[in-house]
Design a protein around this ligand. Structure first.
Ligand code: NAD
Length: 466
């Protein structure tokens, strides 16, 4: 362990957070690195930090305290060290395991190593976790925004984000096209066009299972009722469809006594009403169109019912299934509709990278947008929390932006290290502040009777409300 990073000494009063046998070991004064961020990040960080410190002080009477430790990235790092992303900063995030960052400028012209990508790869941060919840009073396009309360687990390392793409017209794309057309599609009518660019979408057993596992564990640990696997398996059978299949394998294979699948729940619900139902009758409950399907399909469903009853009839039947986590699945396009039309039915969502990218921004918009949406990238023993918005350059250094996204990211951080009392205090105080209609400009312009305040006054009111 270094005694300084980027020439800044590590706080002497703090200790490192450790991770042993799958659990964080958190000292009373953990050293937590932060990247203030560029642009509006400068306004936000100092105010968000004041909220965190006041909440921790209040929750633990001074017995606990975060030793914040500044690490440099973005414009500040470039100004001081002529480097947009010093290796020391990456190393500090690794060494101290849990960190938080504000938004960073992406320099136009490219060629700059992205902090997010670098950290994601070096620490294998495979879960992008975004809670999406409405705080009463926050302007929203929804009629019943308060019904939205979901946590989205987006796979963070695979899918089309793996960056395996070949440009139209290149020698590589020709090689790949010829291979696919001649070797793989030779006997079919399918053909890749000569003028197509090509991309590869890898979805692995390993990547899918660990993401779904994390989502189920989160749902269980946090008393959530439903965990939904979101996929596009009806079209992309061996990637999205496989994600779905492997997701259920994890659910049934590793959490059998804690979960019931939706199909199983239909069987048990029907039996709870009428215990005399035969497997044939129950098969019709699971697949109402069974009489019109080929016999082989019907037989398969009857066999499925029999298997369910033999395997978990005792443990899950007679209403016992009702207290377990319900695991179901939805096709991604239907999920977008459901989140708008019946959000109450959803709780925790686990999905592949691209679906999750779209879904989390769309869901955030349902509850007030990016100014308030927190985010995190999580691996086994490592976590980086971050605002989901950018640097809002035109609003920077004017004390006007909404610090909500970073404050709620900090709430997630406190929850991860088990400081739930402080996390709850902040969430309650922020809810109260918005209920009092004391808000920053982004909310004020859409709220009747709002008292518009700056970043610092908004944070100060949260501290008052703690
Ligand atoms: P942006 O999120 O900065 O701004 C989009 C809109 O939202 C703007 O109107 C802005 O004023 C408003 N806004 C954003 N945050 C706000 C807040 N906290 N309070 C009130 N209003 C807020 O996105 P952009 O304009 O596309 O990008 C600006 C810069 O940020 C770019 O350099 C971009 O690369 C960078 N960026 C960084 C991250 C990151 O580091 N995670 C994410 C997105 C964009």
């Amino acid at each position: 362990m270094q005694s300084s990073y980027n020439g800044i000494n590590v706080p002497v009063d703090g200790q490192r957070i450790d991770y042993i046998a799958g659990a964080y070991q958190v000292p009373d004064q953990p050293i937590i690195p932060y990247i203030e961020g560029d642009g509006a990040g400068r306004d936000i960080w100092k105010n968000a930090r004041a909220v965190f410190d006041a909440a921790v002080e209040k929750a633990y009477d001074g017995k606990r305290r975060v030793q914040w430790y500044e690490i440099l990235a973005g414009e500040k790092a470039y100004r001081l060290h002529n480097d947009w992303l010093p290796q020391d900063s990456v190393q500090a995030c690794i060494d101290f395991r849990v960190s938080i960052k504000g938004p960073l400028t992406t320099p136009i012209g490219g060629g700059i190593r992205s902090l997010n990508v670098t950290l994601r790869q070096t620490m294998d941060l495979y879960q992008c976790v975004r809670p999406v919840k409405h705080y009463p009073g926050v302007p929203s396009p929804m009629k019943n925004a308060d019904d939205v309360d979901v946590v989205i687990f987006r796979e963070n390392t695979e899918d089309i984000y793996a960056g395996i793409e070949f440009k139209e017209g290149s020698a590589d794309v020709k090689k790949l096209r010829d291979f696919v057309n001649n070797e793989l599609l030779g006997n079919t009518k399918k053909k890749l066009r000569d003028d197509a660019g090509l991309g590869i979408k890898p979805i692995s057993v390993h990547g899918s299972k660990r993401l779904v596992r994390a989502a189920i564990q989160y749902a269980i640990d946090n008393g959530r009722r439903v965990m939904t696997i979101v996929h596009k398996g009806n079209i992309q059978k061996f990637t999205e469809g496989a994600f779905l299949e492997w997701g259920y394998e994890v659910a049934k294979g590793e959490f059998r006594d804690k979960i019931v699948t939706e199909r199983e729940s239909w069987i048990f619900a029907a039996l709870d009403k009428d215990a005399s139902l035969t497997p044939e009758a129950l098969a019709k409950v699971v697949e109402p169109g069974i009489d019109y399907a080929p016999k082989t399909f019907g037989d398969k469903v009857i066999a499925e019912v029999k298997d369910v009853l033999a395997a978990i009839g005792e443990t899950h039947g007679n209403g016992k299934w009702k207290s377990l986590l319900l695991v179901n699945d939805r096709i991604c396009d239907a999920m977008f509709q459901d989140l708008l039309l019946k959000p109450k039915e959803y709780d925790v969502l686990a999905t592949t990278n691209l679906n999750g990218d779209y879904l989390s921004d769309a869901a955030a918009a349902q509850v007030g947008g990016l100014g308030i949406a927190p985010g995190s990238n999580i691996g086994d023993g490592y976590a980086v929390f971050e605002a989901t918005h950018g640097t809002a350059p035109r609003l920077a250094d004017q004390d006007v932006v909404n610090p909500g996204s970073v404050i709620l990211s900090g709430v997630m951080l406190l929850q991860l290290i088990g400081w739930n009392e402080a996390a709850d205090l902040i969430e309650q105080a922020m809810t109260k502040t918005i209920e009092q209609k004391v808000v920053t400009v982004d909310f004020a312009k859409e709220m009747d009777g709002a008292i518009q305040v700056g970043t610092s006054a908004f944070a100060a009111r949260i501290v008052e409300n703690l």
